[in-house]
Design a protein around this ligand. Structure first.
Ligand code: NAP
Length: 247
């Protein structure tokens, strides 16, 4: 129970990696607030699993790309709990295409939801974290933000941006005892990767030395470590959870 009585906010927590992160933080004793763009009904299963492990879970519907929604979400957390200790910026989308065929809308949507969201929520949480003189911000990036990937210019740019933003926020907030780190998943079994065809999956698996896809729980355990006091001396780092794709 390394996170006993800590309060964690997880964006995009209704399903996929976000739901696994929320559950893992709950298993370690944290009280959870899930935020997602869908109505609360979509998070029913995720919330039940958190309550089943003996923790608390509240829900706030919000679009991470909206600056005002981010502030409202953080206000909701603080009105229900006196602190906000752990902020996990997880929500993300893909709109894949070769750049020759990529629409301006698909570029803008991915950058807004994957990158501007991290700015929005970091702005919203930094003041309460500064006041409480501690905090952990964990941003979910991707290995493609480090290595590039044909057909994902918008997504890769957003995740490379998340990595740059993580390092900058780590430097800006270090003096306030707020650690900011990123987790870069590789190829993880979720609805996001279920959209890929078998040929695309085989091509990616060829790049994975461990020769298998990761599970949302693999990412969640790394996030839980970064959220704990065991990681107090880590900031500005990018931890790849990728079966060895990047080394
Ligand atoms: P997912 O299964 O598609 O889940 C994403 C979640 O984010 C969904 O609950 C979705 O809600 C929510 N969301 C989408 N747009 C949102 C918005 N504007 N505001 C608030 N919530 C929003 O994706 P995942 O695979 O779990 O990915 C989670 C994170 O890991 C993402 O940042 C992704 O880029 C990153 N990642 C994933 C992989 C992988 O292999 N799966 C690899 C590297 C990085 P709806 O269901 O309502 O759309």
């Amino acid at each position: 129970m390394k996170l006993k009585d800590k309060v964690a906010l997880v964006t995009g927590g209704a399903r996929g990696i976000g739901a696994a992160i929320a559950l893992q933080l709950a298993r370690e004793g944290a009280k959870i607030v899930i935020s997602d763009i869908a109505p609360e009904e979509a998070a029913k299963a995720a919330m039940k699993s958190i309550i089943d492990v003996g923790s608390e879970c509240k829900y706030f519907q919000a679009d991470v790309s909206s600056f005002s929604d981010a502030q409202k979400t953080v206000d909701f957390v603080l009105s229900n709990h006196s602190t906000l200790d752990i902020m996990v910026n997880n929500a993300g989308i893909t709109r894949d295409n070769l750049i020759l065929r990529m629409s301006e809308k698909d570029w803008d949507d991915v950058l807004r939801i994957n990158l501007k969201s991290v700015f929005n929520f970091s702005k919203a949480v930094v003041k309460p974290m500064m006041n409480q003189r501690s905090g952990k911000i964990i941003n979910i990036a991707s290995v493609v933000g480090i290595m590039g990937n044909a057909g994902q210019a918008n997504y890769v740019a957003s995740k490379a941006g998340v990595i740059g933003l993580t390092k900058t926020l780590a430097k800006e907030f270090a003096g306030r005892n707020i650690q900011v780190n990123a987790v870069a998943p590789g190829f993880i079994e979720t609805e996001m990767t279920a959209k890929l065809n078998q040929a695309q999956k085989d091509a990616i698996l060829n790049l994975v030395p461990l020769k298998k896809m990761g599970k949302p729980e693999d990412v969640a355990k790394t996030v839980a470590f970064l959220a704990s006091s065991d990681a107090d001396y880590l900031t500005g780092q990018v931890i790849c959870v990728d079966g060895g794709m990047i080394m």
